[in-house]
Design a protein around this ligand. Structure first.
Ligand code: ADP
Length: 530
């Protein structure tokens, strides 16, 4: 026998359309309340119940709410009494809910007196004769069970069940959306709070340089105006408020390439502060919307401390030199009075050697300091190629001793003479070259390149040496910094060479850099303005 069922009438279609209007809200509890209230009225029901999993995935997290028309949304947030939790547990384990959860589908009970799936709970006088029960299913998991209850038998029809099933599916999706929305809002709030609390300056720009986002420190940097007055402004127009932004503008003026990053130091004339500026490119998807994220860290205090440290070092080294010279002198005197083959002579030799090493260290330190403050009058106009050649000559003996191959690619034919201090620049070059020799095994290759570009002259040394771990690269040019890694244990050094190179190059208003791949080799270079 084929069961024929009447199709939905205008009344039922109207119900579905009203429910879907209610589902557009993102407030989960309000959605539930409005829909349940509406359904109870539409199906002429005075009593309903809702079982909800308190957290999806929790096996025992079922909560039971008994609902009357126009209940308060607060009910859905109230902590459950022990008794209600036990009842929920019983219904889920033995009652109709168990059948609905297992079958993942809705059902009707025409008469509770004759249907074994209905469980009368003795403490609750229900007077329920017929029932319509539907699950809320998400990702193939039942997250809720909704039951409409009526005191008369056979109150619900098959069509009612169909309509309720459609509604339950819609409600499930709406609840998931509401939950995601709440989560997203919480995450956004968290992010906003993090950005607000961040002491670094943060700007997010679009590809054209327009300000999309700014944090409090950023607003302060740009004169403490209203955040909303700044949003949408172009960073090109904002650079007049802070000169540290001029290099950012240069970056934005060049073509945008995804994955690119820049890091540089900048000075703000207006605020008399120094910053490390990090610029990176953001992109929504390849070929999609893109722009820049700019983070500026104030390093003024660090720089002042560094200066203080240098001054202290200089003072200490001056004061240390004379006692050290005395120790060396007295060691020599004592050695004259002892048997040269005795243990004492040996110990004195060690004392003298180590004291001389300390003096050497102090000398280097003082040299760095001297270069930093050397008068610019020492500079002369010279042919850059001559300086490169003389540095190359100074290193040949050590290259030969390690049987390394040194090649030079000098593209300086039409280079104008440039203003520099020849001994200092030669020393900077020789330092980079001697590092390449020291940190490259025997028979390795060293390549020197010199060329001109963009009103600058470049000097680059590449080697096939042990390389430098990426985490050590940023501190390489700091005084006394040495990388401890296999392959460099026996290499002599004081960790001052690169700091000297940096000081010399910066004194010439140039810039140094280092790149390296572990086990492949390193590339050090600097440029000087023409
Ligand atoms: P050092 O006297 O120790 O060579 P530098 O200041 O010249 O001092 O260099 C600092 C550190 O940088 C070195 O100790 C070494 O670990 C690393 N380094 C410098 N140049 C190279 C290079 N070409 N290859 C590998 N590591 C290098």
């Amino acid at each position: 026998m084929q069961l024929t069922m009447p199709g939905p009438t205008a009344k039922e279609l109207d119900l579905l359309s009203q429910v879907s209007t209610m589902l557009t809200s993102f407030d989960r509890d309000r959605v539930l309340k409005n829909v349940i209230d509406f359904l109870m009225r539409s199906f002429d029901v005075e009593q309903a119940s809702l079982l909800m999993l308190s957290g999806v995935g929790e096996a025992d997290g079922w909560q039971l709410f008994s609902l009357r028309p126009r209940f308060q949304t607060a009910i859905l947030r109230m902590p459950m009494s022990e008794e209600a939790l036990q009842q929920a547990h019983r219904i889920v384990n033995d009652g109709l809910a168990r059948w609905v959860i297992q079958q993942k589908q809705g059902t009707i009970i025409e008469d509770t007196h004759t249907d074994a799936r209905w469980l009368e709970i003795p403490d609750i006088p229900s007077g329920v004769r017929s029932v319509l029960c539907v699950p809320f299913v998400l990702d193939d998991q039942v997250i809720g069970v909704f039951t409409l209850q009526h005191p008369e038998a056979a109150h619900f029809s098959e069509l009612d069940l169909q309509i309720m099933t459609i509604v339950a599916n819609q409600v499930s999706v709406a609840m998931r959306n509401a939950e995601l929305f709440t989560q997203m809002q919480a995450q956004q709030k968290q992010l906003e709070e993090v950005l607000r609390a961040m002491p670094d300056v943060l700007f997010v720009l679009d590809a054209d340089g327009k300000l999309l986002m700014i944090n409090e420190s950023g607003v302060e940097l740009l004169g403490g105006r209203d955040e909303f007055a700044l949003l949408g402004k172009n960073v090109r127009d904002l650079q007049k408020d802070d000169s540290a932004l001029s290099l950012v503008v240069e970056i934005i003026d060049s073509p945008l390439q995804s994955g690119q990053r820049w890091s540089f130091e900048a000075h703000s004339d207006q605020h008399k502060r120094d910053f490390v500026v990090n610029v990176s490119v953001w992109e929504q998807e390849p070929g999609g919307k893109a722009g820049y994220v700019i983070v500026m860290r104030d390093i003024t205090q660090m720089r002042d401390l560094n200066r203080f440290k240098d001054e202290m070092l200089q003072m200490a080294s001056h004061d240390l030199r004379s006692p050290l010279a005395l120790i060396v002198g007295y060691c020599s005197l004592m050695q004259m009075d002892v048997d040269p083959d005795s243990k004492i002579a040996e110990y004195l030799g060690i004392v003298q050697q180590q004291t001389e090493r300390m003096t050497g260290l102090l000398d280097d330190l003082l040299r760095v300091e001297k270069i930093r403050t050397s008068p610019l009058e020492l500079y002369e106009r010279v042919d850059f190629q001559d300086v490169v050649n003389s540095a190359l000559n100074s290193i040949r003996a050590s290259v030969d001793a390690k049987q390394q191959r040194l090649s030079a690619d000098l593209r300086l034919d039409h280079a104008p003479t440039i203003l520099l201090s020849p001994p200092l620049i030669r020393e900077a070059m020789a330092n980079l070259l001697s590092n390449a020799v020291k940190y490259t095994p025997e028979k390795g290759r060293i390549k020197v390149t010199a060329y001109m570009a963009d009103q600058r002259v470049y000097f680059v040394v590449e080697d096939t040496g042990i390389g430098i771990p990426p985490e050590n690269l940023p501190r390489l040019f700091t005084s006394f910094y040495r990388v401890r890694q296999p392959g460099s244990e026996d290499v002599e050094g004081r960790g001052l060479g690169l700091s000297l190179v940096k000081t010399i190059v910066e004194r010439h208003t140039g810039e140094v850099w280092a790149e390296s791949t572990m086990g492949v080799g390193s590339r050090f270079g600097f440029w000087l303005p023409l």
